[in-house]
Design a protein around this ligand. Structure first.
Ligand code: SF4
Length: 508
């Protein structure tokens, strides 16, 4: 899972978006009250998130008249009707990325809702949040939301839905009933013991897939389907592994039953999951889908699990490139972060990609890892040069991201490098790669530090988020808002003395 920062998507009207959507499920509802799903980024990003589709479906099936709200076309107003967010009874927000917290505060304000809970009246909508970022550490958003859900909602949804039904009549009754639901945190009554996150035990009983298709999503007209939850690997930086454990692949028959009806509407199928390459029936699933005319896309694949037949299938179904995530340039550093595959395996994967006719190879690397040395950074360029020698027809691309230590991971307590140092490291590796003709994208060192603050900070950040959003949400705005609160961004380079995320028991 990779962080996407900032707002993305061109400016369009609501009519443009709505007229281009094709619905795969009829979503009715309306007798309970008015609800909006908030995704605090653009329509294009939000409609590429399965969390948006899932919340939309769950609320509509529970009887809510359900609309969606993104940063565009009109911030703070629903896509379907243009109503301000303040006119809803329930706002359900899914926050996948910490930097979107700034957008969230702006979106609430634009919708006529004071973002801080203490400033809202009893007539305000009930605000509930969920998603990986808030499950890992709910405290940065604790002063904004009425309720925060920790973990995977599917199995407790009937209980939570029953509690939330009371919101249009009595906010207090809804809050009290919801607080009894497993996984619910009431931020105005923080628990004294860690609250366990909820997990889905029967993944086959709850398929997770797109509700609608649109050419205006990042994954244009693509049917997204989650083929499993969790990951069996133990990469030391990885939050997804902690949040979504244990590894639970969905069965092939269930996946085929989910995907086949969608093939009548689109040939484009995106297979989603933290550990795609570990799915025990991935090859068979892909073979069947390609034989039935699907054009497959996948997120990044594990180097040590890459089967040439899988690459062949992806190429034959129209894929042009593949993404791998070696993360580090040397085997030693890779092993220390939990990816024990060799340079030779990376090179063999590149050769295999070229052999099946793929044109591009993208590789993810991180900088600022514990134990990382100058030699490790220089090795990224050497590895890319060797890849070019062994697979010269591939167009190579590298993404260099600063490590952002995430709560609950073994590296949660890692001291981040100062921004100037990180930028110097990035520039050196970037120069080396550019000399070789590799296309390079570099993650902002300064925004990585903001992300670290929002990941491992505490309740002090709620008013900071609101003040920064009011100033436009830029980096200077974040710095100014922190300063007003007596804080500095650099304070978050080091882990907090008392980890705020200990309020959550991930049970990983
Ligand atoms: S392979 Fe590693 S980085 Fe990828 S999801 Fe699993 S633990 Fe995370």
């Amino acid at each position: 899972m990779r962080q996407r920062a900032g707002r993305q998507g061109a400016s369009r009207s609501a009519a443009d978006y709505l007229s281009s959507e094709r619905y795969l499920q009829a979503l009715t509802g309306g007798e309970v009250g008015r609800a909006a799903v908030l995704y605090p980024n653009s329509y294009a990003v939000g409609m590429s998130s399965l969390a948006t589709h899932t919340l939309w479906r769950l609320l509509a099936e529970a009887g809510w008249q359900t609309h969606r709200a993104f940063l565009d076309p009109e911030p703070g107003h629903s896509l379907e009707t243009g109503w301000p967010l303040s006119s809803y009874h329930l706002l359900a927000c899914t926050c996948s990325f910490e930097l979107d917290y700034l957008h969230l505060a702006a979106l609430l304000e634009a919708g006529g809702i004071p973002p801080l809970r203490r400033e809202r009246s009893a007539e305000a909508p009930l605000l509930i949040a969920g998603g990986p970022g808030v499950t890992a550490n709910p405290l940065p958003l604790a002063t904004l939301f009425d309720l925060i859900f920790l973990g995977e909602v599917e199995e407790v949804w009937p209980r939570l839905a029953a509690a939330l039904r009371q919101a249009p009549h009595s906010r207090v009754a809804a809050l009290e009933a919801a607080a009894e639901v497993p996984g619910i945190l009431r931020p105005d009554q923080l628990p004294s013991a860690p609250l366990p996150r909820q997990r889905l035990r029967e993944v086959d009983a709850y398929p997770t897939a797109s509700v609608a298709l649109t050419p205006k999503a990042q994954f244009s007209d693509m049917f997204l389907v989650e083929i499993g939850r969790g990951c069996p690997h133990t990469c030391r930086f990885c939050l997804a592994r902690e949040i979504f454990s244990p590894f639970r692949p969905r069965s092939e028959p269930v996946l085929l039953r989910t995907i086949r009806p969608a093939l009548e509407a689109t040939r484009r199928v995106g297979l989603v999951g933290a550990a795609l390459s570990d799915h025990p029936r991935l090859l068979e699933l892909c073979e069947t889908l390609v034989a039935e005319g699907a054009q497959l896309s996948t997120s990044s694949l594990r180097v040590d699990k890459l089967q040439p037949q899988l690459l062949e299938l992806l190429a034959s179904s129209g894929a042009r490139s593949v993404t791998l995530a070696p993360e580090a340039g040397t085997e030693k550093l890779r092993a220390s972060l939990g990816k024990r595959f060799t340079d030779e395996q990376v090179l063999a994967a590149a050769e295999a990609a070229q052999a099946v006719g793929l044109r591009g190879l993208k590789l993810y690397f991180m900088l600022g890892l514990p134990e990382e040395t100058e030699a490790d950074r220089a090795a990224i360029g050497q590895l890319m040069a060797e890849i070019h020698c062994r697979a010269p027809r591939l167009r190579l691309e590298a993404a260099l991201s600063p490590l952002v230590p995430k709560p609950h991971t073994p590296w949660a307590e890692h001291q981040m490098a100062p921004v100037a140092k990180m930028r110097a490291w990035q520039s050196a590796v970037q120069r080396d790669l550019r000399r070789q003709g590799v296309r390079v994208t570099v993650g902002s060192a300064r925004w990585a530090l903001v992300q670290a603050a929002f990941s491992r900070g505490g309740e002090e950040l709620g008013p900071v988020l609101v003040a920064a959003a009011r100033r436009g949400g830029s980096l200077p705005a974040v710095r100014a808002a922190l300063k007003e609160a007596g804080l500095r961004l650099e304070d978050y380079l080091a882990p907090p003395a008392e980890a705020p995320w200990k309020i959550v028991d991930l049970g990983a």
